[in-house]
Design a protein around this ligand. Structure first.
Ligand SMILES: Nc1ncnc2c1ncn2[C@@H]1O[C@H](COP(=O)(O)OP(=O)(O)OP(=O)(O)O)[C@@H](O)[C@H]1O
Ligand SMILES: [Mg+2]
Length: 422
């Protein structure tokens, strides 16, 4: 039996899907984790750990040395055939560990660049990939100067987070100072890793956003597909919907795909699936970021519905050393997800789920809060309160169905005197 190791998992879709795909391929699965609580707290987490994981190895996962020690001990007992992470915060350590074991994996140096929004931008500038105007700053004085030079509104963001945490549209010098201070006052990122001293201040791009899902193998990068995105959230950028594949006209789609391929090649990402976020502005495509791992937010599942096959299975086969170049990945339909939001406060009622779920085309209608629970202001993706996922003959129709169903769901709240500060 072939053996695969996963270093942690994301909880936004592709992580659990990858574990299921490994089980589907009949692999022995070892799960390296510093703690399972957050998986058990995620809907479906307990079930996936129980049914898809053969062995849990408790070890520090966010630093290379202790992880490597644990991985080497497992490998020495019975050799691993693959080791990977589909969790953003652990991709570097997993790539380094795979390299040291002589297993297939992306170039750790490329993953390191792709995990750091400042490093990405420096590389893209060198290679002529279009980016927003930006400054990398380390002091409040530099942040203020950068904002003044770039102009308002600008975006201030951490270089080492995900889920929209610490990404803020700022319209005044005070907001820039406050955001910079909030980012720098934490000594670690949300996974407890040492916070980068660098902060980005950049032009606030105006345009619609897509993500381009790409697959790298044997020195070549190809596009799996383009995802249309809906953003919301006042001065934050919260993902409120995704549709796959894009409904954009071919000419625009091709421009976006070319930018994503150039961006991926420039950072040197050479094995696996990456998720490239781009805004299409008045001056054409501009890169937002590259993530050296598959998309979260259930986008890989939308792709699976569209392609009629598991993209996470393809990814695992790559890490097992197989070529997936011949996988026929033609969209046969479309899929869409729309996220639910609610006013901040204490939840008083949840209604309409049954009606939403009964609409033909709806695959899932889920509310993640219950009466008595709390809704926080919309500051990161986790503050959303549920979703509707639909499939149809094409993505546009799937999106319309998901929106119609979502409209049936009401998450009522009453104002809470003590909203959480994040
Ligand atoms: N310079 C910018 N101009 C306009 N919007 C931006 C800019 N930078 C980021 N955003 C918006 O904020 C969102 C989150 O930013 P970014 O992708 O850098 O952070 P993240 O925390 O890694 O996000 P996620 O993990 O959710 O993909 C982007 O998808 C985009 O909509
Ligand atoms: Mg992003």
């Amino acid at each position: 039996m072939r053996r695969i190791g996963f270093v942690e998992s994301n909880r936004s879709g592709s992580g659990f899907d990858a574990l299921r795909a490994a089980r589907g391929l009949g692999l022995h699965v070892t799960f390296f984790s510093c703690g399972l609580d957050r998986y058990h707290a995620t809907p479906g987490g307990t079930e996936v750990l129980e049914t898809c994981v053969d062995e849990v190895v408790a070890c520090p996962t966010h630093e290379l040395e202790p992880l490597l020690e644990a991985v080497k001990a497992v490998d020495a007992a019975k050799p691993l055939d693959a080791l990977l992470s589909v969790a953003e915060y652990e991709v570097i350590q997993a790539a380094e560990a795979a390299r040291q074991l002589g297993l297939p994996g992306p170039d750790p140096a490329a993953v390191r660049i792709a995990r750091d929004k400042a490093a990405q931008r420096r590389r893209w500038v060198e290679r002529g990939v279009p980016v927003p105007e930006f400054r990398v700053v380390t002091t409040t004085g530099q942040a203020a100067r950068a904002a003044e030079e770039i102009g308002f509104p600008c975006v201030v963001k951490a270089v080492d987070e995900t889920s929209g945490a610490h990404v803020v549209r700022c319209t005044t010098p005070d907001e820039v100072a406050a955001t910079f201070t909030a980012i720098r006052s934490a000594t670690t990122n949300r996974r407890g890793q040492a916070r980068s001293p660098e902060v980005l201040v950049e032009e606030c791009l105006v345009g619609f956003e897509v993500s381009v899902e790409v697959l790298a193998e044997a020195g070549a990068v190809r596009v799996l597909g383009v995802t249309d995105k809906i953003l919301g959230g006042r001065n934050r950028f919260i993902e409120l919907g995704h549709s796959f594949p894009t409904a954009l006209p071919d000419a625009v789609r091709c421009e976006l795909e070319s930018a994503a391929l150039a961006a991926t090649t420039a950072v040197g990402f050479d094995l696996g699936i990456a998720h490239v976020e781009i805004k299409y502005t008045g001056a054409g495509p501009k890169l937002v970021e590259i993530n050296p791992r598959p998309a979260g937010d259930r986008i890989t599942e939308l792709m699976d519905h569209s392609f009629g096959q598991s993209t996470m299975e393809l990814l695992i086969r790559q890490y097992l050393g197989e070529s997936v170049g011949d996988a026929g990945l033609e969209p046969r339909g479309g899929a869409a997800i729309r996220y639910l939001t609610a006013d901040p406060g204490v939840v008083t009622e949840v209604t309409g789920l049954g009606i939403a779920a009964a609409l033909p085309g709806v695959r899932e209608a889920v509310v993640s809060v219950a009466p008595g629970g709390r809704v926080d202001p919309l500051r990161v993706n986790e503050d959303r309160v549920g979703h509707v996922l639909a499939t149809a003959g094409d993505a546009y129709l799937a999106g319309r169905i998901a929106e119609a169903a979502a409209q049936q769901i009401v998450v009522g709240t009453r104002a809470d005197a003590s909203p959480m500060v994040r």
